[in-house]
Design a protein around this ligand. Structure first.
Ligand code: ADP
Length: 458
């Protein structure tokens, strides 16, 4: 891709937008960055861009800014149907995302991991498996390091394990994984994709440029994964927690088995998995499939799984205080992840729900709440909607803030209970992001350790 002397607009000044702008500038492009947020909300990235001679427009999207360009690189946070982009598209200006841009320069094979939930966990584990098996591996994408920042270190014989979101898939063109993975597709981000069908279609774009030389790893237990598999070109390797599959990874007699036309391999025992919850068995099945497809030795895969630790904010154990276990699952930002959190504990759950609503239907939690929850503590902007939709499933306490919810839960919980933050919502109403929310939760829990709430309330 020739970008020298081209006029290129980068829309959205997040981490990946800034990285794309710097990359393009270094390649000799004439770069402008535009973000509709005011400068005060954009963190400290601007001086570095200005230093390099990159033009920065903040607080507005100037109409001319979008007209006079050869190419537009759009960040995943910007809706593809934003009016300024629609207008540019009508003028015939090409619009791609940072992942697409990066993939034009990235050397080596791509393993792309998508899904509604489990992407970060599976991507991290797959990266650790390949590394322990002695492969040259880079890990990036939605997980933190923008793909464009991997380009410089990539090499033809290396592997690039990329976490890819549906937003990133909306703006691909030639992006071509050697191995694509979809872990599951359950309702999420419906505020932006509008319908579940649109969301599924965005995820299915991961196969768009794959051929019969490539592989797709798909969840056989997930109806939407089964439906997107129809008619795709790559070889399909299924994974299943519930049944044996003809080609792929499954459970038999307490072991994870990998099966292909070449035969069967017992890769590891389910008991070797050091993570909570059956959803994590699914993530391990998918990562095992990736490892086997990349040619890793089964004993290395087993070792990497045994060493793996839960990623922070994903059903992360925080502490045991007065016999009560506290778990931080701040990354449970949709109802499916919250259901998995509830399924991970048999009973006596005190669960904190709420935050910024994403157009979700919380009533799907009711059966699990009725069976397993002792009490629900609601916080944030979505509290009222949640309270209406889960009414009657468990006692509800309206708490407004996370600090108050932790206090109330700790006062109510008795030894043997669990308190879980698995809010089923985005965090942006009260926090900078889910990491911030998770840290606030952990601090509140650690404060309890310092001053145990004892006696009377129990
Ligand atoms: P993602 O990167 O897709 O958001 P994470 O690994 O960060 O995935 O996990 C996000 C949330 O989903 C956490 O609450 C986690 O406990 C839960 N989760 C992880 N794996 C799965 C899965 N396979 N199915 C459903 N929920 C999952």
């Amino acid at each position: 891709m020739q970008v020298k002397d081209k006029r290129i607009l980068v829309v959205g000044l997040g981490k990946s937008g800034a990285a794309a702008a710097l990359f393009l500038e270094a390649k000799g492009a004439r770069v402008t960055v535009s973000d509709s947020k005011p400068q005060t909300q954009l963190g400290g990235l601007i001086p570095q861009l200005l230093d390099k001679g990159i033009a920065v427009e903040t607080g507005v999207h100037g109409e001319r800014t979008f007209r006079d360009q050869d190419l537009i690189v759009v960040s995943p946070g910007v809706p593809v149907d934003a009016p300024s982009l629609t207008q540019a598209r009508q003028l015939g200006i090409k619009i791609i995302g940072e992942v697409e841009l990066a993939s034009r320069y990235l050397q080596g094979k791509i393993i792309a991991i998508s899904g509604s939930n489990g992407k970060t966990t599976t991507t991290t584990l797959a990266g650790e498996i390949l590394a322990l098996a002695g492969k040259k591996v880079l890990v990036g994408g939605n997980i933190g390091t923008p793909v464009i920042d991997l380009v410089g270190g990539s090499s033809p014989e290396g592997w690039n394990v990329l976490e890819i979101s549906s937003f990133q898939l909306e703006t691909i063109e030639t992006f071509h994984p050697a191995v694509s993975v979809i872990l599951n597709i359950t309702p999420d981000h419906l505020d932006r994709h509008r319908t579940f069908e649109n969301y599924v279609a965005a995820k299915a774009r991961i196969f768009e440029n794959e051929t019969a030389e490539d592989s797709a790893v798909l969840n056989a237990d997930d109806p939407a994964c089964v439906s997107v598999s129809e008619g795709i070109k790559p070889n399909i390797f299924w994974f299943s927690r519930k049944k044996e599959v003809p080609n792929g990874a499954f459970l038999r007699g307490g072991s994870i088995v990998w099966k292909t036309s070449a035969g069967e391999t017992n890769v590891l025992a389910v008991a070797d998995i050091p993570l909570k919850g059956s959803h994590n068995v699914e993530n391990v099945l998918a990562a095992v499939a990736v490892g086997m497809l990349a040619g890793c030795a089964p004993e290395r895969i087993r070792e990497a799984v045994k060493r793996f630790k839960a990623v922070e904010h994903r059903l992360e154990f925080v502490s045991r205080t007065n016999g009560v276990d506290y778990y931080n699952d701040s990354k449970a930002t949709n109802v499916d992840a919250t259901m998995k959190a509830l399924e991970s504990f048999p009973a006596n759950i005190h669960i904190i729900l709420g935050g910024k609503d994403k157009g979700s239907d919380y009533s799907v939690l009711n059966t699990l709440l009725r069976q397993r929850a002792k009490r629900v503590y609601t916080i944030g902007a979505a509290a009222k909607k949640i309270e209406e939709q889960i009414a009657g499933a468990a006692p509800i306490e309206h708490c407004e803030t996370l600090a108050k919810a932790v206090k109330s839960a700790s006062a109510r919980a008795v030894a043997g209970d669990v308190v879980v933050l698995a809010p089923a919502c985005a965090s942006f109403d009260q926090f900078e992001n889910y990491e911030h929310r998770g840290r606030v939760f952990k601090e509140a829990v650690f404060d309890l350790v310092a001053q145990p709430v004892g006696g009377g309330a129990r």
